[in-house]
Structure formats: C-alpha cells, structure tokens
Design a protein around this ligand. Structure first.
Ligand code: UTP
Length: 326
C-alpha cells in the first residue's frame, strides 16, 4: 500500500523556524517529525511513499533520500497551498487507483496501524475532543461515517478527524477532488479533503470511523513541545551523562552535542553539535549547532545554529536589599 504525505504547507504557526526549515524536518525527541512518521510506516511494511512538497521541498527530498535510501519515495509539487484536498489531487498520478493511506506530515500517531491498513472499508482516524469546532468533524452511526463537516460552528459530534485516512477507492476520491476543483468548491478558502470525503459518501462509498488512541500534533510551538515531552517519556532512552553536567531524564542529547557545567532536562532535546554551557535547559528543543550559554531556558525552541547567550552578574549587595531580575 502507498502512503501519501502532504508536506507542502507554509507552517506559519511555527515561524520563525519554518522560514528556513520545513515543519516536518523540525526535531522532536531526537529526530525530525517526518522520521517518526516514516519509521512507523516502515515498521508496518509500507515503503511506497508519495510526498507532496511545497517551499523548501528539496530539503525534505534530500533528507529522505539520504536517511531512507530503501524507501520508494516519489516527490510531487504543490506550487500553492490551496488546501489538503488540493495537495492529494496533486499526487493523483502516483497512486493510480490503488488503495492509499494519507497521513498529515505534522502529526504523529500512536495507533494500531496494522488493524487500520487492514480495514475492509475506507476509514478515517478520529478522536473525541472537547471543542471540535477547530477540526473536521464526523457524525457516526454504528461505526459508519454518515456526515463530515470541516470546522463546523455547530458540530454534529465531538469526533475530530485526526489526519490519518485509509482510502480504498482512490479513483472515487480523485473524481470527488476533481469535482471540487472544477467547480471551485472551497471551504474557508481551501479545497478540503473533508469535502471530498463527504462527496465520496454522497456517491455511496462506505467509510468507517477508526478510533485513534494517541494523536500528537506538531503544528504549533506549544504542541511541538508537548509532543516532545510525550515521545521522550515514551522512549526513555538512556543518555550517557556528560562528566561535568547533570542530565535529568527523560531527555535526548545527540552524541555530538556538548553539555558543560549545566543542568539539562527533564524533557530537553539537544540537537547534533549543539553546545550548552553554564545553563539550565528544561522542556525545550535546542537545534543542531546551536549555542546556549549562561541562561535558564524552559518551554523554548531554539533554531539550528542560533546563539542564545545570557550573562552573569557581579553584585555587591547590602543587608536587607532586594534584587529582582524578573
Ligand atoms: P496545516 O493545516 O497544519 O497547514 O496542514 P500548515 O501550512 O502546515 O501550517 P500552518 O497552518 O500554516 O501553521 C496540515 C498538513 O497538510 C499539509 C501541511 O504541510 C501539513 O503537513 N498541507 C496543507 C499541504 O501539503 N498542502 C496544503 O495546501 C495544506
């Protein structure tokens, strides 16, 4: 089975990082987001992958070709991010009517993929959320999806579409996408996959709801850090303790990073070649080649090769004084 991974969005919510690095190449818990997704696909025997790329797509292609030489990867371009539906439409010639799974490039799943890909019907991964108005939402009867709505103001249920889809009848999906594009049918300005799936339902395709236990979004700074915490907690890799520093688990420190006179963790990811000195870093992602010194960082994302340098103070403070660096 082929996986189609749309990665052509601008990633505006993760600027400034996404000005120079595509979102899927941001490091979370020791490897890029896309590597988590590909490792999971490969472990389930899926090695045919179409990437729909946009700006900086060549960085993604370079990474995938270098790190996953055995993957049968195809790259197609979406020149303008006109929506998820449009991204899949751009990939249509690569799947030629075969069943496909679609996975959003900025979402990591903890799901029974084995059972998912063997579903006899088309299926959509769903999870119950408190406020479904920000998501595509499904209405379900006896496990079958009977209606889909994109970001509804009056949601028909609390079941949000999480970004994992199995499409058995990909020929019908392409027909429905063509229908939307030919008639300029957009929701919130974009050609939505949700609308194409509703069109499939209207044309009698059976689509079932597949509950997903773990759904870890990487689309915003706070969700990227949350996913970093979750993945570090789950992997609990042992880290070689540096000689003059303390590492509080769970944390990931690249073997080529250097940590000196610092306390790192919990929930720190330190990239390749980064140098952390005289610092305290927790719940943060430090990019490759970054330099962090004499600062206390928490809830931070530091880009590759960036420098964050604090300072020490010399004080001569009398009794009962109060100094606040807030
Ligand atoms: P998002 O809705 O998160 O959009 O797309 P985005 O551009 O990545 O991020 P923001 O909203 O600007 O911060 C979910 C997934 O679908 C892809 C994105 O690359 C991401 O992997 N996508 C979205 C496309 O490939 N093309 C599109 O037109 C839209």
């Amino acid at each position: 089975m082929r996986a189609v991974i749309p990665v052509a969005g601008y990633g505006t919510r993760l600027r400034p990082h996404t000005y120079t690095v595509p979102k899927v190449l941001l490091n979370v818990a020791g490897k890029p987001i896309i590597a988590h997704i590909l490792d999971s696909l490969i472990s389930h025997g899926i090695t045919d992958v179409t990437f729909v790329v946009g700006p900086m797509g060549e960085q993604i292609e370079q990474y995938v070709r270098l790190r996953y030489p055995s993957l049968r990867a195809v790259f197609v371009e979406q020149t303008e991010p006109l929506g998820l539906g449009h991204a899949i439409w751009c990939a249509r010639t690569t799947f030629n009517h075969e069943p496909i799974i679609i996975i959003l490039g900025d979402t990591i799943f903890d799901a029974d993929l084995e059972r998912f890909v063997h579903s006899p019907t088309s299926a959509i991964g769903v999870k119950e959320v408190e406020d479904p108005r920000r998501f595509g939402v499904v209405e379900v009867a006896d496990g079958d999806i009977v209606r889909l709505v994109e970001k509804p103001s009056d949601p028909p249920s609390h079941l949000a579409i999480v970004g994992l889809y199995l499409i058995r009848n990909s020929r019908l999906l392409v027909e429905c996408l063509e229908h939307l594009i030919a008639r300029e049918i957009r929701t919130k300005g974009e050609y939505q996959l949700t609308d194409a799936l509703q069109c499939m339902l209207d044309r009698s395709e059976r689509i079932t709801a597949f509950p997903i236990e773990g759904w870890y979004d990487c689309g915003k700074p706070e969700t990227l850090l949350e996913t970093n915490r979750f993945l570090l907690e789950r992997s609990q890799q042992s880290v070689m303790p540096p000689t003059n520093a303390i590492v509080l688990p769970p944390s990931y420190i690249a073997p080529t990073a250097s940590i000196e006179r610092s306390i790192v963790g919990p929930y720190a990811t330190i990239g390749d070649g980064a140098i952390v000195s005289d610092a305290r870093v927790a719940n943060s992602i430090i990019g490759a080649g970054a330099r962090v010194s004499a600062v206390v960082l928490t809830g931070s994302i530091i880009g590759n090769n960036a420098t964050v340098c604090g300072s020490f103070h010399t004080l001569n403070v009398g009794d009962s004084s109060q100094i606040n660096y807030a």
